[in-house]
Design a protein around this ligand. Sequence first.
Ligand code: ADP
Ligand code: ZN
Length: 706
Amino acid sequence: MAKLIKRPEEALKEHFGFDGFLDGQDAVVEEILTGRDGLVVMPTGGGKSLCYQLPALCLDGVTLVISPLIALMKDQVDALQAKGVAATLINSTLSQSEQMDRLDGMRRGDYKLVYVAPERFRAGSFCRALESVTIAMVAVDEAHCLSQWGHDFRPDYMRLGQAFKAIGQPQCVALTATATPVVRADILKVLDLRDPFEQVSGFARPNLSLTIRPTEKASQKFARVREIVEKHKTGIVYCATRKKVDEVADMLKDWGVRCIAYHGGLSPQERERTQNIFIERQADVAVATNAFGMGIDRSDVRFVVHFEIPGSVEAYYQEAGRAGRDGEASVCELLFNYADTRTQEFFIEGANPSPEVIRQVYQHLLNHSDGDYEMRQTLQDMAEAVGLKNSMALGSCLIILARNRYIERFDIPGSRTRGTRLLRPQVMTSQLEIDWAALEAKEERDRDKLKAMIDLCYGEECRQQAIMAYFGEENSEPCGTCDQCKGGDHGKRRAGTDEEELILRKALSGVARMSRSEAGTWVGVFGKGKIVQMLLGSRSEAVLSAKLDRLSTYGLLKECGSAYVNQLFRAMSKAGLIKTERRDQYPLLTLTERGAKVMLGKASVELDWPSRRESGLKEDDDGSGPELTELGFEVELFNRLKALRSEISEKQGVPAYVIFNNQVLENLTRLRPRTRAAGMRIKGIGEAKADQFLDVFLAEIRRYQG
Ligand code: ADP
Ligand code: ZN
C-alpha cells in the first residue's frame, strides 16, 4: 500500500478550495486511503473526480486515471493544473517522443496524476515503461464502458484487468454513474477487484416529490397538465412521440401558456433556437421528446411531467431530475397508462431490427447502389423500398452495418439526406459476419429496462427508495414526499416480533418456491392468488391440478388464516419485498432483490404487520390472557374436532355450525388452548358456548396431545 504524504482535509483546502465533502465523497476518500480496491457509483455531477484526485494528492507515487474521452481528459488536466496540481495526460494526440518525455517525467516523480486513454495499454512498450514507475493507484473513470451491458461499451476497457496485472496490480478504484447490478458485477469481475468496497451515493434528490398517477384517458392527462402548469408555472412536459409533442404544445398555447415544442424532427438550427427561447426564460414550459435536455441549464424548472411512460428507470430519473436543479422543492409527475407501454415496445423494435431485416437492408444496398457503390436514397424511401413499416428500424440497420464496417454514411453537400457507401461490396448477404447474439442480448436488455420501469409504476413502496434500490443504493430512507409516502402506511410500520418475522420468511420462501431464479434475479411464474392459496394449504382444484400441494412450502401458513396472509402480502408489497410483473397482461408475483435478502435473514424490514384481529383471537385481546401459542395446523386434530362436532350435533339435534363454525375449529386446532380461559380468548367462543361445549373440545385436544 502506498505511503500517506498528506492529510485529505489539507489537500482539500489547499487545492480545491471546497469547504467540505459532497454526499459520499468522504466515505470514498477514507476507504481509498486504507488501500482498498473499490467501486464508486455516483450520478453525473455528483463529484466523482474528487474521489480519486484527492487521495492521489495524499498518496506517495503517481495515480493513473483511465478516461475514455480524449477531449474531456484535456479539460480535466487543465483544471487540475490551474489548481496547482502536477497533472498531465498521455494519449494518441501526442507524438511518440512527447509520450516518452512524459513517461520519463513519471519515473522522476514529476506528476501526481496522469490521465491515459485505455488504448495505451495495448502497447507493450507503454506497460513496460510503467514497470519502473511508482504507481499509487489506478482510477478507472466511466468504468461502465467495460461492460457489454452498459450503454457505451469499449473493447479496450475489457483488457484493463489484464493490463493492471501486468503492471503489478496496483490499488484500483472504478468510478461510474451507471450502476445497474449487472454492470456493477461486470466491473468487479473484469478489473478483478480484491475485497472491494462498493459505495453508491448521491442519487437521492430530496427536493423532488415524485408521483406516478394512473390515468385512463387523454382528457384526464390534459386536465392534470393544466393543473400542474397553473400551480407550478415553469417546467418540462416530456412526450414519447413528436406527434404528441405538437398536440400537447398546441393545447398549452390554447390555454395561453408560453411554451416551446422541441423534438428530433427539427433541424439543428431550429433546435438551438427553440431551446434558447426556453433557457432565456421567454417561454415557461418546454414540451419535448427525450431529445431535449442534454445541455439544458435552467435551474428553476419547478415541474417535470411525463405524459407517457419512458423506456427505462434511467431515462425517467434523468428527465425527472431536470426539475429543481436549484435545490428548491419541485414536483415530478408521470401520467401512467399501461397502453402507452406499446409505444416504448415499438421503439425497442425499431432499435433492435432482426437479422432478417438487417440482411434485407444490406441486400437492398447491394442491389441498388451505383457504380461507386453509393446510394443517396432518403431513409423514408429506402424503408419503403425494403418494405419496412418502422423507419426507425432502417436507421438502426444502417448503424449496425456501419459499426461492423460494411458501410459508411457520408454527407451530401447541400442536402439534409446522408448517403450510404458500401465498403466491402464483394461481401454477399449470406456472408455478413455480425455478432447476432450480442444484438439479441441488447434487445433483451432494452425489454428488461422497460419492465423495470413498469414495475416502478405498479410498485407500492416509496418511489425514491425504489429508484435508489434500482441503482444499487441500499438502505435509503423513505423520502416522505412521494405519492406513496404521502398516501402510504409508513407511519404504521414497525419491526416484527420473532414470530412475525418467522411467518414473513415462510411467506417469502413460498413466493420464491413459486418463482424462477435467472442469473440471480427472480422471475414471476404465478399470480398472487395461487401463491397465497398454496401457502394456506388450499385443496382447490386450481392448486391441486398444478400439483402445488407437493411443494415443501404447501400449507406453511395454514395456521395464519386467509385474511392474515392476504394482508401480509399487501404489506410485503408496500415494503418492496415482492413485486408484480406483467407478462401478456397477467400479473405474476415474485421476490424483489430486497425480498430475497429478507428471506435469507440478510436484511431487516419494517412492515405494517397485519393486526391480531386477523389471528383468530378476540379483537380486544391484549395478549395478556392465559398462554396461547401457535402450535401449527394439524389436519388430524382438525378432523377429530370436526368428528366430535358431528357427534354432538347428532346427539343434541342441533346443526353443526351452531356449535362451533369451521373458523373456530381451525383456531382451536392451531392454538390448542388448555384452559377454559385460554379457549375463551378465541373469537366465536363466548360464555354461553364455553359453558355448553368447550370442555369436551378441550378434552379432545388434550387426548390428541397425549
Ligand atoms: P462527476 O464526475 O461525478 O460528474 P465532477 O467531479 O465533475 O462530477 O463534479 C461535479 C461538480 O461538483 C464540479 O463542478 C465540482 O467542482 C463540484 N464539486 C466536487 N466536489 C465538491 C465539493 N466537495 N464541494 C463543492 N463542490 C464540489
Ligand atoms: Zn417516498
